[in-house]
Design a protein around this ligand. Sequence first.
Ligand code: GDP
Length: 395
Amino acid sequence: MGRRKKIVQECERLMDEPENIRNIAIAAHVDHGKTTLSDNLLAGAGMISDETAGEQLAMDTEEDEQERGITIDAANVSMTHEYEGTNHLINLIDTPGHVDFGGDVTRAMRAVDGALVVVDAVEGAMPQTETVLRQALREGVKPTLFINKVDRLISELQEGPEEMQERLLSVIRDVNELIRGMTEDMDDVDDWTVSVEDGTVGFGSALYKWGVSMPSMQRTGMDFAEIMELERADKRQELHEKTPLSDVVLDMVCEHFPNPVDAQPRRIPRIWRGDDDTELAEGMRLVDEDGEVVFMVTDISMDPHAGEIASGRVFSGSLEKGQELYVSGTAGKNRIQSVGVFMGGEREEVEEVPAGNIAAVTGLKDAIAGSTVSSVEMTPFESIEHISEPVITKS
Ligand code: GDP
């Protein structure tokens, strides 16, 4: 059996273990390194080759995006990662980084439970960092922080340890100030500020594929002095091998982001305005794979062979081929032709996709991004409102 086939089988097995699933988004101001980081994670999980990560930009699936050099479509990929002896299924939704696509970012956030916010160490938190954070928090999505392009502080700006530390701390302070301001009035979340000490902050270089966090430094025994020495000496391959970015980030994802079983009871009342007191609501809160099917479509993409593919989050029930489902806002039902997951940007058909997962299905001809697709008629997830860019100025 090929390596890819094995990974697909393992993903299918893990889809039935919601405790070991993490649905995440990577969100960032444009050019802060979201695409490069996503490719690193895919390469680290064995989904694309290590050499092509960073060049291939696997998440940029649309030609248009490659031409314009920005990511506009929200693509999905699934990968596996072993953390503390247990394999995890990580479903990653790519969020559009460009200023004009705020609506899409919100929609992508609805499908995930955790958001890895990427901030360029040189530029610091930018207006769009604030926008993506606000979108994540409004959807009840927990943030962690990755400070990227740290190689530039060391090699280009030639910063010393103190200067660098001060800069990194100021990025963390700025991000926490935003998080604090946005979560003050939220009574369904705990303290969601990030910190180096508790491992919710990572640093590194997506370009050179190395990363560190407090837990990773404790594990590998590497400290900042050694990192600076290797980076300055241009020994980036060694740095990557000693402390690979994908391990650091995926460990952080498994440790600090909630699984669907923990997230959905809290998130459903926040993101769905239907009657809480129904079996349908209970099924969604409990991630019941035997309950009614509720599938929220976050993205429609075109496949040259399969046609339109609707991807999104299964909140309850299990999606299977042949099901006849309601599509919010339209009359009649659509029949599911195939169900699958996105692996490294390619769709793999599977038998079924149970609650708690991200699915990619064909046959939903009436669905658009934002549709609620369900086995019984129901209140759709609220209409998706566009959150405009904040007007903040950087001093
Ligand atoms: P996105 O717009 O957030 O998806 O950003 P990209 O991943 O496309 O990266 C934007 C630019 O920054 C590209 O030229 C990358 O090669 C570069 N870049 C990304 N990560 C790093 C990094 O860690 N260090 C350096 N020096 N450049 C990086």
